[in-house]
Ligand binder design. Structure first.
Ligand code: FDA
Ligand code: NAD
Length: 426
């Protein structure tokens, strides 16, 4: 059995939702577009899963966070897809792809063919087993990538209120989940191999601020070491976590956030890969001209940096998806994607934004014992990136603008003295 569509989006996450909205705005006809997703719900704003979804009171639940509410756009409910004649095939994994024949084969045995394919398969959470450890299947070990994981995490967390949680990993998932666990009245210990949290982005000074804040909330940090084994009780649950440094941490639950791998497997050997993702050009087109890739899975040229990057953030998923649809439906009027990387997080009452690139020398500014502080990165004589905690809308816009302008910086001391005022004056 088989069906044919003009446009097929493989994956039903953030990028798929924003692509669907753009397709309808550009006048896709009923029956032309199909989305195939392994998940059982239509696209939603994945960032909600580690924030509002985990709150003890009045938590965010679908349908409240379907795309595209995260960008203050229309909320695309199942009804919306139906009304727009978009075929959404849910709960269905694509198990193979034939780029030459322009077909996808689903796990249910259906062949779906396309004229244009958008790969939006995102990424999967890395498992402890991939680091030679065991225990991911224990009843109280949680990962967090999709709605199923988040629902399970909430169930486990609610069964452990007042208990002890160990968080493995000091990245985004670790930091955001640790905050949610504290808010849910669990005692949290974070374990990670680096000397400080959020090592991919934060400087030691920035990390120090957040670590102090978390410690004041009762979080304990064990750095520079990793998990060596779990102790599992007769219920099949972890009762303690053993670390390489000899520490033993009694645990009622464990959250693991040790990074991701882009879902590229269907296309290995068929499309060119780079930086762990599917390589695309400035039109988000892969090495096959009928196939495009967006979001976490795409390695695209960041014009501003003059190099290819793969970004794992929601803003890039949203914007790359929209750009792709424009490039497909209106190729003449669509230029190369010109993207300024933007990352953010919100934990407790804190909130930060980062724009650009965290390369080169760092100049910190502001009051690190107060609520508003930040940093600029200066590389080869130019300001290339900016971080700000506790900013206003106007201040965030200013650091975004200055990071795109990449002004020449002659005197780092002067930049430090001007601090946020530098971005505001630009
Ligand atoms: P995404 O992962 O959203 O979607 C991929 C889809 O493809 C899924 O529906 C998946 O099931 C489907 N799929 C994969 N393989 C398939 C197959 N073979 N067949 C069928 N379907 C398949 N970023 C940020 O900037 N700020 C933030 O605060 C957060 N917060 C955050 C919290 C949590 C818990 C997570 C997990 C992630 C974030 N992120 C984030 C990152 C952000 O969510 C991420 O960058 C985007 O979701 C990427 O969008 P994509 O559409 O590329 O993948
Ligand atoms: P990450 O890359 O942010 O952090 C991974 C962390 O895992 C590292 O910081 C390190 O501390 C730790 N680690 C690596 N190997 C380890 C090991 N063997 N043992 C113990 N710890 C180890 O990845 P993540 O936190 O898992 O997040 C997953 C994805 O979700 C990322 O793509 C991230 O961008 C995305 N996300 C983003 C946000 C946001 O932008 N606010 C929020 C949540 C999730």
């Amino acid at each position: 059995m088989g069906r044919a569509f003009v446009y097929v989006i493989l994956g039903g996450g953030v990028a798929a939702g924003y692509a669907a909205l753009e397709f309808t705005r550009r006048g896709v006809s009923h029956g032309e577009l199909c989305i195939i997703s392994e998940e059982s719900v239509v696209p939603y704003e994945r960032p909600a899963l580690s924030k509002g979804f985990l709150l003890p009171e009045d938590p965010a639940r679908l349908p409240s966070f379907h795309t595209c509410v995260g960008a203050n756009e229309e909320k695309l409910t199942p009804k919306w897809y139906k009304e727009h004649g978009i075929e959404v095939v849910l709960g269905t994994r694509v198990k193979s792809a034939d780029v030459k024949r322009k077909t996808l084969l689903t796990a249910t045995g259906e062949t779906i063919s396309y004229k244009f394919l958008i790969i939006a398969t995102g990424a999967r959470a890395l498992k402890l087993e991939e680091f030679g450890l065991t225990g991911s299947d224990a009843g109280n070990v949680c990962y967090l990538r999709d709605l199923v994981d988040a629902t399970r995490l909430v169930d486990v967390m609610r069964s452990c209120i007042g208990g002890k949680a160990v968080v493995i990993g000091g990245g985004y998932i670790g930091m955001e989940c640790a905050a949610s666990l504290v808010i849910n009245k669990l005692t949290v210990t974070m374990v990670f191999p680096e000397p400080h949290c959020m090592a991919r982005l934060f400087t030691p000074k920035i990390a120090g601020y957040y670590e102090d804040y978390y410690m004041a909330k009762g979080v304990k940090f064990i750095k520079g070491t990793v998990l060596s084994s779990f102790e599992i009780n007769s219920d099949g649950k972890v009762s303690a976590v053993n670390l390489k440094d000899g520490n033993r941490l009694p645990a009622d639950m464990v959250v693991v956030g040790i990074g991701i791998r882009p879902n590229t497997a269907l296309f290995e050997g068929q499309l060119t890969m780079e930086k762990g993702g599917i390589k695309v050009n400035g039109r988000m087109q892969t090495s096959d001209s009928s196939v495009y890739a967006v979001g976490d899975v795409a390695a695209f040229p960041v014009k501003l940096f003059g190099e290819t990057r793969r970004l794992e953030h929601v803003d890039s998923a949203r914007k790359s998806a929209r750009h792709t649809v424009a490039a497909i439906m209106d190729p003449e009027k669509t230029n190369e994607f010109d993207y300024l990387p933007f990352f953010y997080s919100r934990v407790f009452t804190l909130s930060w934004q980062f724009y650009g690139d965290n390369a080169g020398e760092v100049v910190h500014f502001g009051d690190f014992s107060g609520n508003t502080f930040g940093a600029y990165w200066v590389n080869k004589g130019h300001l290339v990136g900016s971080f700000l905690e506790g900013g206003s809308k106007e201040q965030y816009e200013a650091i975004s603008k200055v990071s795109r302008l990449r002004p020449a910086i002659e005197d780092l001391g002067e930049l430090e003295k001007l601090g946020l005022g530098y971005a505001l004056a630009e």
